[in-house]
Design a protein around this ligand. Structure first.
Ligand code: NAI
Length: 339
């Protein structure tokens, strides 16, 4: 057993050395909607990510300015701005990760589903271009309603014959970010150590934080858990109301989008045990072909969809309550894409 522990120490040190001397792979990241409220700070954060070698900023207008600005930052990636549909192909060509924050955001009183009519068409056309120019990219869908835009993209890819369910992700990271922040405040634990899985979807009651699985554990009263759950579900609306007509979450969303894209890049680069919550094609819940849960991300995208773990009675009820809305949002997306 001494021999075995020496062997494993040696192999660990070789792995470590091997790791340190390996060059960081070239990775192209494209952001579609890069001149927008989310797109601009997200472009900044991705420019700061050392795993990115090429940063491609696309929007219908305004991207040359954003790209010129961000390109002066002395970090690794080369930045190019592309404006207008004629340049979309160049923006996408060779992309490893495509992040999509394109489309209109909510105004006070709107639900995410109210954005469907405009954003569904935008997502459909962007997904069509992805299937043509970078069919193997990992797609990070931010555009709302995520519960429907992810199924739309899946249908577009299926029609084009390029669909790989492992490569399409709805970005629900902001729900996790909010759950962590709000939990740390109530549990009085260091926020940097907090972990909270969030499952379901990305709108209202379909957002289901699992505080019973939160770490570090804290014995919070049921009414506190209820309030934390409601605040996580309404976090987006909290921002929409505070911005009073000037849009929805952009800065916290850019942070969350950057965290999720970084996880995708790490997964592609072979970093082990990269786990994030995401809204993906899933068979965890029979009647919901798309569902957010913890997923392990690797070289081919989704490597494993992790189980839900044990739920409290309150969470079990929450899961029942979200099914009909999530199901109809999925069906709405599929129906739109097949028109
Ligand atoms: P914004 O209006 O500030 O920016 C959207 C950008 O998309 C604009 O620059 C616009 O020119 C661009 N755009 C429109 N059509 C396009 C097309 N066909 N191709 C490329 N770009 C196009 O909106 P904001 O605040 O950045 O929000 C963007 C989206 O993200 C919204 O749908 C919003 O609901 C969603 N969102 C998602 C969150 C999530 O957790 N997944 C959180 C917050 C917002």
């Amino acid at each position: 057993s001494i021999l075995r522990s020496v062997q494993s120490a040696v192999s660990r040190s070789i792995t470590r050395r091997g790791y340190a001397t390996e060059p960081v792979p070239e990775r192209k990241v494209a952001i579609l909607g890069a001149a927008g409220g989310i797109g601009q700070p997200l472009s900044l954060l991705m420019k700061l990510n050392p795993l990115v070698s090429t940063l491609s900023l696309y929007d219908i207008a305004g991207t040359p300015g954003v790209a010129a600005d961000v390109s002066h930052i002395n970090s690794r990636s080369q930045v190019t701005g592309y404006a207008g549909e004629d340049e979309l192909g160049k923006a996408l060509e060779g992309a490893d990760v495509v992040i999509i924050p394109a489309g209109v955001p909510r105004k006070p009183g709107m639900t995410r589903d109210d954005l469907f009519n405009i954003n569904a068409g935008i997502v459909k056309s962007l997904a069509t271009a992805i299937s043509k120019y970078c069919p193997h990219a990992l797609v990070n869908m931010i555009s709302n309603p995520v519960n429907s835009t992810v199924p739309i993209a899946a249908e577009v890819f299926k029609k084009a014959g390029t669909y790989d369910e492992k490569r399409l992700f709805g970005v629900t990271t902001l729900d996790v970010v909010r759950a962590k922040t709000f939990y740390a405040g109530k549990a009085n634990v260091p926020v940097a150590e907090v972990n909270v899985p969030v499952i379901g979807g990305h709108a209202g009651v379909t957002i289901l934080p699992l505080f019973s699985q939160a770490s570090p554990q804290a014995n919070l009263d049921d009414d506190v858990i209820k309030a934390l759950t409601a605040r996580t579900q309404d976090g987006g609306t909290e921002v929409v109301t505070a911005k009073a007509g000037k849009g929805s979450a952009t800065l916290s969303m850019a942070y969350a989008g950057a965290i999720f894209a970084d996880a995708c890049l790490k997964g592609l680069n072979g970093v082990p045990d990269v786990v994030e919550c995401s809204y993906v094609q899933s068979n965890l819940i029979a009647e919901l072909p798309f569902f957010a849960s913890k997923v392990r991300i690797g070289k081919n995208g989704v490597e494993e969809i992790l189980g839900l773990g044990s739920l409290s009675d309150f969470e079990k009820q929450g899961l029942e309550n979200l099914k009909s809305e999530l199901k109809s949002s999925i069906e709405k997306g599929i129906k739109f894409a097949s028109q």
